[in-house]
Design a protein around this ligand. Structure first.
Ligand SMILES: Cc1cc2ncn([C@H]3O[C@H](COP(=O)(O)O)[C@@H](O)[C@H]3O)c2cc1C
Ligand SMILES: O=C(O)c1cccnc1
Length: 346
């Protein structure tokens, strides 16, 4: 599979942004990480005063064969039902995107339900869900590659239409199970160390979920050094799709704000496939799912907010858009010491 070339970070732009931050009417460095974030985004976009006002969340929906094994308290029918809820504007992601003035793009990349030609959904179904990874690979290599391609094309289309910042979001009952499995394999951890409660499975359910993940890894023997092998065997269609979004966005210098565990797993796969994508990632929030912290540490990413959220859909990433806006608005709109006639440090 061919991936686009990722441009290097523009250090001239980031140095110019740092210089401007240092000239603004506040004690030197006093906006803390908001300053660093604006400098990072300048380097990503190649602009000393970046404009990331046009934003979208790309929300990939897909089903999981493993959901049959009772790894989630909710039934798989919730996946298509929630897709319709997204369409009608009633989900958490709709409320938050309205609040922060972001668009939302809903992609059926693998829901096990026929939506027909309903407008408002990008109909890019690669398969009707993954196979049950307890008995063999979740996807064929062709399916995983097609899903990555769908993600790349979806991101490219948004960027062609003027989008300057992308959040990744997902919907797929059962998807914290492949996400924990991939985290275990990529981080070299035992499933028990990285498996969380997802939508809220009870203690007995959590123990069962861990055993199932152990068996999925034992049955499939994914090669930790081969991200495509890991993705096919113990991944998901929306995870592959979001990996594609990360790759295409990075290739176009568009920063990607990650949501929770599932979204970050997709980014980790993208980084394994195309290492330079790493420089275009922003961690939106720290999710309650325990593997998330471990994976963010591996990626060297600092989450912008921590509100004990575990919704998914891109909600944590979209909420973090407000922090990004704060960071870029300060850089763009504050007066310098010279402009305001304020005395600088002696
Ligand atoms: C009503 C509802 C809305 C959701 N929105 C996101 N998720 C989240 O929960 C799922 C993952 O958790 P698990 O692995 O435990 O199934 C994903 O669909 C995720 O996006 C939802 C889950 C439910 C039930
Ligand atoms: O980390 C997440 O994004 C998450 C956690 C639980 C359920 N759904 C999503």
């Amino acid at each position: 599979m061919n991936y686009p070339t990722i441009p290097p970070i523009d250090f001239e732009a980031s140095a110019a942004a740092r210089k401007r931050q240092n000239s603004l009417t506040k004690p030197l460095g006093s906006a803390g990480y908001l300053e660093d974030l604006s400098v990072q985004i300048a380097g990503m976009t190649g602009s000393a005063i970046p404009d990331c006002s046009r934003k979208t969340v790309i929300l990939m929906a897909a089903d999981h064969g493993i959901a049959k094994e009772g790894v989630s308290p909710y039934p798989p029918e919730v996946t298509p039902q929630m897709v319709l809820n997204f369409l009608h504007g009633g989900a958490a992601i709709n409320v938050l995107t309205r609040q922060v003035n972001s668009a939302v793009k809903i992609v059926d990349i693998g829901v096990a339900f026929d939506f027909g030609e309903i407008p408002g959904i990008c109909h890019r179904k690669v398969a009707r869900g993954t196979a049950n990874m307890l008995t063999g690979p979740a996807m064929t290599r062709e399916q995983a590659e097609s899903a990555i391609r769908v993600g790349m094309e979806t991101a490219d289309e948004s960027i062609d239409n003027g989008v300057q910042m992308i959040a990744t979001g997902e919907m797929g009952i059962g998807n914290t199970t492949p996400s924990a499995a991939i985290t275990a394999v990529l981080c070299g951890r035992a499933p028990a160390e990285v498996t969380g409660r997802g939508t809220g499975i009870d203690d007995a359910g959590l123990q069962r979920k861990i055993r199932i993940i152990e068996r999925c890894i034992a049955v499939n023997q994914p090669d930790p050094g081969d991200a495509m092998d890991v993705l096919c065997k113990i991944g998901g269609l929306e995870i592959a799709g979001m990996a594609g979004v990360v790759i295409a966005a990075a290739a176009r210098r568009v920063p990607v704000v990650l949501d929770g565990l599932i979204s970050t797993v997709a980014a980790a796969i993208a980084v394994e496939l195309v290492p330079e994508t790493k420089h275009y990632l922003i961690a939106g929030h720290l999710s309650e799912e325990i593997g998330h912290r471990i994976l963010l540490e591996k990626l060297g990413l600092r989450p912008l907010i921590q509100l004990n959220m575990r919704i998914g859909e891109g909600t944590g990433a979209v909420l973090a858009f407000s922090i990004v806006d704060a960071s870029l608005n300060l850089l763009r709109n504050m007066a310098t010491f010279e402009q305001a006639g304020v005395s600088d440090k002696v």
